[in-house]
Structures are given as C-alpha cells and as structure tokens.
Write a new protein. Structure first.
Length: 263
C-alpha cells in the first residue's frame, strides 16, 4: 500500500462559532471537509496543514482547530500562514512544533523526506524565508540528498500565472528556487495561500497549490474575485520512488462567499 499524505490549507477558522470570513462559516466548511474525508474510510499516514489555520490571530481559535482535528492531531505537521499566530500554534500544539524560532518540520515517512517551511511575516500578506531558515533548509537537503523529498510552504515561491496572486506570494524567492533547482531529490513543492489549484514546473520539480477548505479565488481574474468551486484538499501518494497527487473537492459548495470580491 502507498503512503498517503493529506494536505489541508487555508482553514481561516474563527474563535467565535458564529463568526464568518467573507460570509463563509469556516468552521462548518472545515467540519464538512473532515466528514467527507472520514466517509472515504481511507487512512492517512500524515496530515500536513499549510497555514492560515486561523483568520483572527486569536489563541482560542487554535484550540478549536485542535478539537476539530481530533484523533488526527498526532499525525499532523503544521506550518503557519500570513494570518496565523506563531505563539498560538506553539501553545496549542507544543508537541508538534519547535519551541522557538520558525515553525518548520522535517519528517521521514514512506522512504521520503517531508520538509515544512515557515514563510510567515507578522503583519504582512506576503511571505519570506530569512537567511537562517535558508541555511537550515540547505542543511536538511544536504543530509538527505539521496532521499526523495517534498517541500511544504504557505506562500508559493513560484508564479501561479496570476498577477495579483503572485504579488502576495513569497518575496525574494530566488534563493529558495535555487535550492530547489540544485537539489535533485526535491520532487514536489506544495503550497497554499492562493485558494486555488495550480500545477507547474520549476526545473525538475513539480510545483502545486491546493484549494482552501473554506472559500476559493478565481485564478483567471485580474483582481481578487471569488470562485464558485467547493472546498478541497490534496492527497499525495508515495509508493517507492513514485509520487503522485490529486486534488479532491467536496461535491457541492454549501457556503458560497458573500459578494464578488473579498472584504
């Protein structure tokens, strides 16, 4: 049986159960995603949450996230997004994340190495990987040069062919891209942040973004515009040296965002 990795991203949960983000009851949407996954009766070896767990940067929201993840929690790995609060993640998930510094991870599973990067910049929509984290990434890749690898990051370090989405991506992405290009073992990069599915290529590496569990953006628009597609997630299959993935969406959009553009 292949090793199965579940990527969930851009939950945008809120501490108050009655609050909504862009008109979407994000708790209800995330609950629907969890129920949908559970009905498939597929067991996942790891669950990677690639940021924007919270919308409101409130500690209580991370307790909500943990409660909703339930028995999945021990299999989770977490990296922050631009809306997140590092201290909130540390306090609620102390066994899953470093006690200080960037919230990164390195996990060996199914013969593969999964590496999570922290692109969060407090108060900014865009992301950044600073020099110390770049050195850490380089060290991780050097130590596992013969092990196939997947990188996870919130902000895409590559273009998603949308000017307004690219403008809020990873700032100064050149050094990260150079590490990817110079590391043949990096087979895939999985990002969040843009609330849509994208598939591309950087050198030898597949680069992907994954839909939000809450609301989606239209990749063909020249400005921030909501898409009518339902929530989704990504499943990654590791089988020996082979790596495949697919985006799975819920059968319907039960909670369409209010208005045409984000508030």
């Amino acid at each position: 049986m292949p090793t199965r990795i579940l990527q969930l991203t851009d939950l945008h949960l809120l501490a108050d159960s009655g609050d909504r983000a862009n008109g979407v009851p994000t708790r209800d949407a995330f609950r629907d995603v969890i129920r949908f996954i559970n009905t498939s009766e597929v067991d996942y070896d790891a669950v990677v949450l690639t940021g924007d767990l919270a919308q409101d940067e409130v500690l209580d929201t991370y307790n909500v996230v943990r409660d909703m993840l339930g028995t999945w929690t021990s299999r989770c790995r977490i990296i922050p997004g631009n809306h997140d609060l590092r201290d909130g993640i540390r306090q609620v998930f102390p066994e899953l994340v470093p006690a200080d510094g960037p919230i990164t991870f390195s996990l060996s599973i199914g013969g593969w190495q999964l590496i999570g990067l922290d692109s969060h910049v407090p108060g900014e929509t865009t992301g950044r990987i600073d020099s110390p984290q770049l050195r850490w990434l380089g060290k991780q890749l050097a130590e596992t040069e013969h092990q196939p690898t997947i990188l996870f990051i919130h902000h895409p370090p590559f273009s998603v062919n949308s000017a307004w989405m690219d403008s809020m991506g990873l700032v100064d992405s050149g050094p990260v891209l150079e590490l990817i290009r110079s590391s043949p073992q990096v087979q895939m990069v999985c990002a969040g942040h843009v609330h849509m599915e994208f598939v591309g290529q950087v050198g030898h590496t597949r680069v992907l973004t994954t839909p939000s569990t809450a609301f989606q953006f239209d990749p063909n628009a020249n400005e921030p515009v909501f898409d009518s597609l339902p929530p989704g997630f990504r499943v990654i299959y590791l089988d020996g040296d082979s790596c495949t993935s697919e985006v799975v969406r819920l059968p319907e959009q039960r909670y369409p965002p209010l208005g045409r553009t984000p508030s």
